[in-house]
Design a protein. Structure first.
Lengths: 477, 331
C-alpha cells in the first residue's frame, strides 16, 4: 500500500439505493471518509401544493424497502394535524403491518446484504469460509433462498391486510381500510407461526426464547446454533467487535406506540446513560450539503437543491444533529434504549458486530411482539374512525423504521401542503459533515478501517458500511 | 441470458417486490429459465471497482449484454445535466450510462412506472426533471428517442406498475429468454399484453357492488369505490385481481381504490387519489369502452334494483347481511 492515497468507492451495492464514498487513506488505514448520497429526487418539493391526504400515496414511494414506515409516519402526521387518533384496533393492524416490514428488512439485511461479503475469495484461507460460501454466496447461497422464501411468506400478512407490499394505501390517519375477520386472524397466525419456524430452524437453530434470555456479551458469544452462530464465529475470527466503532450516542423515537407507551421505548442513550428525547432540539444543517438556505428545525426547514453543486459540499444529504451532536439510530439504538441487557452491552461495544446482533435480537423480540399483538386484535371492533382534516395547521409523525428514527413534519395552509420535511434514519447515520466540520456517524466509524495492499474497494469498509444497513433512497428522498 | 440491472431515480420497490416471487423463489426461477444477473445492485457480490470494470466491458463490447433492466426514473436535472443522479464511483450520470448501454443490449426492459413513464418521481413540479426511459408520461421519446430499438428490434419493454408484480417481471424475462415476446405482444404503451390486456376490475371482489352501483362512502366500507372513492379499476390495465399480490392481496381487496398505477401520469390524477371527481353529481371517469348514455341508463336501473343485502353491506366494514340460502323443498 502506498502511504497516502484517495479512493473513490462506488457504485456501492447491497445497500438500498445509491452510495459513493471518498476515502483518504494513510499508512494502510482510512484517515478520513466522506459519504455522498448521489441521488436527489425532491419528494419534499413534490408534496408542496398537494392536498395533505396525497401524502399517503406519494411519500411511501420514497422507499420501496421502508414503504410502510413512510406510510405510518405520514398517517401519524395527518392524525396529529387533525388532532385525532386512529381507532385502537385499526392502530393495532397498522402496527402489525409495520412490524412485518421491519422484521422482513432485518431478515433481508442479514442474509442478502451483509453476510454475502464473507463468501468472497479474500477470505478463502479462513476456517469458516467453506460454510460461508455454501450458505451465503450472493444470489445463490442456501441461506439466501430460505430467507427469501420465509420473507415472501411473512409478507402474506401485508397482502391480506394491506393489499400488497410495498406501497399500500391501507394505513390511514383513522385506522386501516380492511377490517380483518376471525378467519383472517387465524390465517395470519398461521403465517406468523411459519415465520417462527423458519427463525428457529434456520437463523437461530433454537427456540427464540432461549436467545432472548441472553444478557451478556460472553453469553451471546457462546451461542452455538443456526446461522447466527456462523456469524458469531466469523465475527470473532475477524475481530468485528472492534471494527467500525460508533460515538456511543444513540436515539430512538420509540417504536409501535400504544396506549401504554411504545413497545420499544423512546429516548437517547449517551455513553451508557439514558435520557429523554427532545425532538425540538433537532436541527438539519446544510454546510456540506448541496442545499441552499439555513440550518433549521424540520418544522421550519426547506429543501432547495443547489443546482451548481458547490465545491465545499459533497452530498445531497442534509446533516441532522440533536443539540448539535451526531447520533446513531437503528435496531441497536432501539433495543439498547428499550433497556434490553444484551443490547445495552452491545451498544457500549458499538461495533460492526453489535449493529448486526442488535438487528438479530430485535428480529427475535419482534416475532414475539407480533404474536402478542395479533392475539389482542378484536375482529368485532371498528378498524377505522372518521377523520376530517382542518384546512390549516401542522402535524408531526415520529416512528421507528427498520433502520431507525423517521420523522415527518407537515404544514398545511388553506388546505394545501406548504411544507413537508422528512428526516430518515439514514439521513442521521450517513449525514455529511456539519458546520463544525464534525463527520456524520458512518464517516466517523470508518476512520481507522484497515485497507489491504491493492484494495480499491476495501473489504473492511464494506463490512462497516453494511453494518449500518443504509437506506440511501430514504436518505435524501 | 444475462441481465444487467440498474437502479435509477426510483425507490427500489420493484426489486423488493421481485424478491416476493414465489413457487419457486426468484433464484430457483432464474436458474430454471437460464437467466442470470451480470450484476444487480441489491443482490450481487460485486461492488465498486469490480462493477465499474463490468460496465466498461459492456460499453467496449468485450462483454455481451442480453437484457438491460432499468428500475427508476431517469433524472435529467439540474438543467439537463443528469447530475442529480450520478452513478457512484463513475463520475458519470445515470442518464449518460443508460444512453450508452441501451444500444448494447439485445433487450431493454423498463421496470416499474418510474422507469416506464416517469412515475411518482416526476409528480408535482417534477423537481429532478424525471422521465421514463423511452416515455415522458404519455409521450414517446425521453432518455431514449421514440425511434430507439434494441439489438433484437423491440422498443423498450415497459413493465409498468407501482410497484410491479413480481410475476410480471419474471414472466417477461422468461418470455424473452425463450424468444417468445414480439412487438405484437406489447400494447400501445409497450406494456406486455399478458398482464395489460386485463383490467384491475376483472375478478374484483366488489363486482357485485359495482353491478348495482352500491357504493362505499368512506374507506373501510365494502361497497364499490368507483362512485365516491376514486377507484379507476374499470379503466386501469393489470391482472391484479386475477393473479393477486403477496398471497391473497390486491388494492381493492384491502379496501382502498385502484389508482391506475400501471398508467402513464397516474401520479397526477388532477384530484385526490381517494376521491372521485364528479360533474353534476356524476363521476367524470366512466369505463372507456362503453357509451356514456348506456352506462347512465344501466346504472340508474341497477341502483333501483339493488337488493337490500347488497345495499346494506356496501356501507358496512364487514358482511352484515349474508346471502339468503334457499331452503330445501319439504323442509
Amino acid at each position: 500500500m502506498t502511504d497516502n492515497t484517495t479512493l473513490l468507492v462506488g457504485p456501492f451495492n447491497r445497500v438500498e439505493g445509491d452510495l459513493e464514498l471518498r476515502l483518504d487513506v494513510q499508512d494502510g488505514r482510512v484517515a478520513a471518509a466522506y459519504a455522498n448520497s448521489p441521488l436527489f429526487r425532491g419528494f419534499e418539493r413534490i408534496m408542496e401544493g398537494k392536498a395533505p391526504m396525497d401524502a399517503l400515496t406519494i411519500v411511501p414511494r420514497i422507499c420501496g424497502i421502508c414503504s410502510i414506515s413512510q406510510s405510518m409516519a405520514a398517517a401519524m402526521a395527518l392524525a396529529d394535524f387533525a388532532g385525532k387518533t386512529p381507532s385502537p384496533d385499526g392502530a393495532k393492524v397498522a402496527q402489525l403491518l409495520h412490524m412485518v416490514e421491519n422484521v422482513s428488512d432485518h431478515l433481508m439485511h442479514f442474509n442478502l446484504f451483509f453476510m454475502p461479503d464473507f463468501a468472497r475469495p479474500v477470505y478463502a484461507d479462513r476456517p469458516w469460509h467453506g460454510r460461508a460460501v455454501d450458505r451465503f454466496t450472493a444470489a445463490k447461497g442456501s441461506a439466501l433462498k430460505r430467507a427469501t422464501e420465509a420473507r415472501a411468506g411473512l409478507l402474506h400478512i401485508v397482502g391480506l391486510l394491506g393489499g400488497k407490499w410495498p406501497h399500500t394505501l391501507a394505513i390511514q390517519p383513522g385506522g386501516v381500510t380492511r377490517a380483518p375477520s376471525a378467519r383472517d386472524k387465524v390465517r395470519l397466525s398461521a403465517d406468523l407461526a411459519a415465520f417462527r419456524s423458519y427463525l428457529e430452524e434456520v437463523m437461530f437453530g433454537a427456540p427464540l426464547e432461549r436467545f432472548l434470555e441472553l444478557e451478556t456479551l460472553d453469553q451471546v458469544s457462546g451461542w452455538e446454533t443456526g446461522d447466527v452462530a456462523l456469524f458469531l464465529s466469523i465475527a470473532q475470527d475477524l475481530s468485528l467487535e472492534g471494527s467500525g466503532l460508533g460515538s456511543g450516542r444513540y436515539l430512538s423515537f420509540g417504536a409501535y406506540p400504544s396506549p401504554n407507551g411504545p413497545v420499544f421505548e423512546r429516548g437517547t442513550l449517551v455513553e451508557g446513560a439514558s435520557g429523554p428525547l427532545h425532538p425540538e432540539q433537532i436541527v438539519e444543517e446544510i454546510s456540506h450539503s448541496w442545499m441552499l438556505g439555513e440550518a433549521a428545525h424540520p418544522s421550519n426547514g426547506m429543501t432547495r437543491p443547489d443546482e451548481e453543486m458547490r465545491d465545499e459540499a459533497y452530498s445531497w444529504c442534509k446533516a441532522p444533529r440533536l443539540a448539535g451532536l451526531t447520533y446513531e439510530t437503528g435496531a441497536l439504538a432501539r433495543q439498547a434504549i428499550d433497556g434490553h441487557p444484551l443490547a445495552t452491552a452491545l451498544a457500549r461495544e458499538g461495533s460492526v458486530r453489535a449493529r448486526v446482533l442488535g438487528r438479530v435480537l430485535e428480529l427475535a423480540r419482534t416475532q414475539v411482539e407480533m404474536e402478542r399483538l395479533l392475539a389482542s386484535i378484536d375482529p368485532r371492533a371498528p378498524f377505522m374512525r372518521h377523520v376530517k382534516l382542518p384546512s390549516d395547521g401542522e402535524g408531526v409523525g415520529l416512528v421507528e423504521a427498520a433502520r431507525g428514527a423517521l420523522g415527518h413534519w407537515m404544514r398545511v395552509e388553506g388546505g394545501r401542503v406548504t411544507s413537508y420535511q422528512i428526516i430518515a434514519p439514514t439521513t442521521w447515520n450517513f449525514s455529511p459533515r456539519d458546520e463544525r466540520g464534525v463527520p456524520g456517524p458512518v464517516e466517523a466509524a470508518l476512520v481507522g478501517a484497515p485497507v489491504r495492499a491493492g484494495e480499491d474497494t476495501p473489504i473492511s469498509v464494506q463490512h462497516i458500511v453494511r453494518s449500518f444497513d443504509p437506506c440511501m433512497v430514504c436518505t435524501v428522498h | 441470458m444475462n441481465i444487467l440491472w440498474l437502479q435509477s431515480g426510483g425507490c427500489g420497490g420493484c426489486t423488493m417486490s421481485l424478491l416476493c416471487a414465489e413457487s419457486p423463489n426468484l433464484m430457483d426461477l432464474f436458474d430454471a429459465a437460464g437467466l442470470e444477473f451480470l450484476w444487480h445492485p441489491s443482490l450481487s457480490e460485486a461492488s465498486g471497482a469490480e462493477v465499474r470494470d463490468l460496465l466498461q466491458a459492456i460499453e467496449d463490447g468485450a462483454q455481451t449484454l442480453d437484457i438491460l433492466c432499468i428500475e427508476g426514473s431517469i433524472i435529467h436535472g439540474p438543467k439537463g445535466t443528469g447530475r442529480y443522479h450520478m452513478l457512484g464511483g463513475t463520475g458519470r450520470s445515470m442518464l449518460d450510462w443508460v444512453q450508452s448501454l441501451a444500444p448494447k443490449a439485445a433487450h431493454v426492459v423498463a421496470v416499474g412506472t418510474c422507469a416506464t413513464y416517469g412515475g411518482v418521481t416526476s409528480a408535482g413540479d417534477n423537481p429532478s426533471d424525471a422521465t421514463g426511459v423511452q416515455y415522458d408520461g404519455r409521450h414517446s421519446g425521453a432518455a431514449l428517442p421514440a425511434t430507439f430499438r434494441s439489438r433484437a428490434g423491440l422498443p423498450v419493454i415497459n413493465i409498468s406498475g407501482c410497484p410491479t408484480h413480481p410475476d410480471w417481471v419474471t414472466e417477461t424475462l422468461m418470455l424473452l429468454a425463450s424468444d417468445a415476446l414480439g412487438a405484437e405482444d406489447l400494447d400501445s404503451y409497450a406494456r406486455p399484453r399478458f398482464f395489460a390486456d386485463n383490467l384491475v376490475h376483472h375478478a374484483c371482489t366488489k363486482n357485485e357492488f359495482y353491478e348495482y352501483k352500491a357504493s362505499a362512502e368512506e374507506l373501510s366500507q365494502m361497497g364499490c369505490m368507483m362512485e365516491h372513492l376514486g377507484c379507476i379499476g374499470t379503466q386501469a390495465v393489470g391482472d391484479c385481481n386475477i393473479r393477486l399480490w403477496n398471497g391473497e392481496g390486491s388494492c381493492t381487496r384491502a379496501g382502498y381504490p385502484c389508482i391506475n398505477c400501471t398508467a402513464p401520469e397516474f401520479e397526477e390524477p388532477g384530484h385526490g387519489f381517494t376521491e372521485t371527481p364528479k360533474f353534476a353529481g356524476i363521476p367524470v371517469g366512466l369505463p372507456t369502452d362503453m357509451p356514456k348514455a348506456w352506462f347512465m341508463a344501466l346504472a340508474s336501473l341497477s341502483k333501483r334494483a339493488t337488493p337490500e343485502r347488497v345495499a346494506r353491506n356496501a356501507t358496512a366494514d364487514r358482511i352484515l347481511v349474508p346471502p339468503s340460502v334457499k331452503s330445501r323443498k319439504n323442509d
